[in-house]
Write a protein that binds this ligand. Structure first.
Ligand SMILES: [Zn+2]
Length: 454
């Protein structure tokens, strides 16, 4: 009886000691601060409430601190993925996915999305820029709902910057009715679905999305791989439409990310002043030179092509041909971008492959010539800059939000260590220490959704 009482008292003390102002000291053999060119030994991050109070090498640990020693591991800023679609899963058989897309209730798809959010944060990605969420025949803003639920603590997931519907032209990559029988959904999509033609309608679409909660504007300026009614590299917005898109978004203080495989469309989009080119498969060296000059980010999404190329039988012949063409071009494009010093953001197109495998992008980047330390920076400081929240996250520094993860060993020696995250803290709260709570989805494990992504 006495023992039980002691145990209860000890438990009570342990729980009550974990108050909001408890100081936590995270220790590991190494630390990557998000911006330095090398890891430091004997990493320490001191956390109080939701903020980092101090971070560095061999720091003294306050006697009142609760110490978490993560051993032979590297402390890193929480990773950022600048290109996800958390409300969707396109990873299985393409035709089955299209059928389920019109079968499943959107509310059910929203509930499934909460498991994608959890798998992502448990993989060490504490922030994502979610670039498009659309349900054919529906006007729901599931990405906004998921973001808000995570912010309120109702759902466990990464901090999200959301784009709502992507904006694109009639019949273009984002047209959700492309490939279906004409008027199957009773009407042509319009600006309320993100489909807009002409500069004025583009402005209206941007305004409509911001009104409904968009943090960032996404548009398709060229064709894509997983869409049925377009070629992969044709321009899909005019220069006048792109100028209106960028002007209206920047007036409303929103950044612009554009889906773009084709070189001509990329050149025009960079000239128009977009903030990032997503994919960029066919970009020529001259276009990369322009990107470097203008400071435009490249989000390469190597994982998306990698996944599709590994399972070509999942896709109809027309899409297989587009995937092959994009895959054949993108490796040279990426190598050139690295050599030329174009700003590279880390983004994976999660949803094209199962959520939670985001970190596999690191090895693909390193295999194509990027230094491991630069790949790590792309997913931390670079992405924080692109997202416009570099003052809050992206590095382990005094005053920043305590988004801290740990990977085993030394990721600068073995970049695949990033795929085996052992500890995740977001805003000072421990989300994971040890094995993940959510099993990663298999290829066909969760119902696929919505309109084309890649
Ligand atoms: Zn995408």
């Amino acid at each position: 009886m006495k023992v039980t009482r002691c145990v209860i008292a000890a438990l009570f003390l342990a729980v009550s000691a974990r108050g909001a102002d408890e100081v936590i000291a995270l220790k590991a053999s190494r630390i990557f601060d998000g911006k330095s060119n090398a890891l430091l030994q004997n990493g320490v991050v001191i956390v109080e409430g939701d903020k980092i109070v101090e971070a560095g090498s061999n720091l003294p640990i306050p006697s009142s601190a609760h110490v978490i020693d993560l051993g032979d591991a590297t402390l890193c800023p929480g990773f950022i993925d600048a290109h996800t679609h958390l409300t969707s899963d396109f990873s299985g058989d393409y035709s089955q996915r299209r059928l389920k897309e019109v079968d499943l209730n959107v509310s059910e798809q929203a509930i499934i999305a909460t498991t994608h959010a959890r798998a992502t944060v448990e993989a060490g990605f504490t922030t994502v820029r979610d670039l498009g969420s659309r349900f054919v025949g529906s006007h729901e803003f599931v990405d906004v709902a998921l973001r808000n639920s995570i912010n309120k603590g109702v759902v466990i997931g990464p901090r999200m910057l959301v784009a709502t519907k992507g904006i694109g032209s009639t019949g273009g990559h984002f047209d959700p009715t492309s490939g279906f029988r004409d008027f199957l959904f009773g009407r042509e999509p319009d600006y309320t679905d993100g489909i807009a033609d002409g500069p004025d309608e583009i402005r209206k679409a941007v305004r409509f999305e911001v009104k409904n909660g968009a943090d960032v504007i996404k548009a398709a300026v060229s064709g894509g791989v997983l869409s049925l009614a377009d070629e992969v590299d044709t321009p899909q917005l005019t220069s006048a439409e792109m100028a209106a898109l960028v002007d209206e978004s920047h007036r409303l203080r929103k950044k612009v990310a554009v889906h773009c495989h084709g070189d001509e469309a990329a050149h025009e989009a960079i000239e128009a002043g977009v903030d990032s080119i997503e994919h960029g498969s066919f970009m020529k060296p001259e276009t990369l030179t322009l990107m470097k000059k203008k400071g435009t980010f490249l989000t390469p999404t190597l994982m998306a092509t990698e996944w599709i190329m590994g399972r070509l039988d999942n896709y109809p012949p027309a899409l297989q041909a587009k995937a092959k063409a994009a895959a054949a071009a993108r490796s040279d494009m990426f190598r050139n971008a690295v050599k030329m010093g174009v700003k590279i953001s880390f983004g994976t197109d999660a949803a094209v492959y199962p959520h939670g495998q985001n970190a596999k992008e690191f090895k693909l980047m390193v295999d194509l010539g990027m230094r491991p330390i630069d790949a790590l920076k792309s997913a931390t400081a670079n992405d924080a800059e692109l997202l416009g929240i570099g003052q809050k996250i992206g590095t382990l520094e005094k005053g920043k939000l305590a988004d801290v993860i740990a990977v085993p060993g030394d990721p600068s020696a073995d970049i695949t260590a990033t795929e085996r995250v052992t500890f995740v803290m977001k805003e000072g709260k421990i989300i994971r220490q040890g094995p993940p709570a959510v099993q990663k989805h298999g290829n066909n494990a969760s119902p696929p959704l919505t309109a084309p992504a890649d």
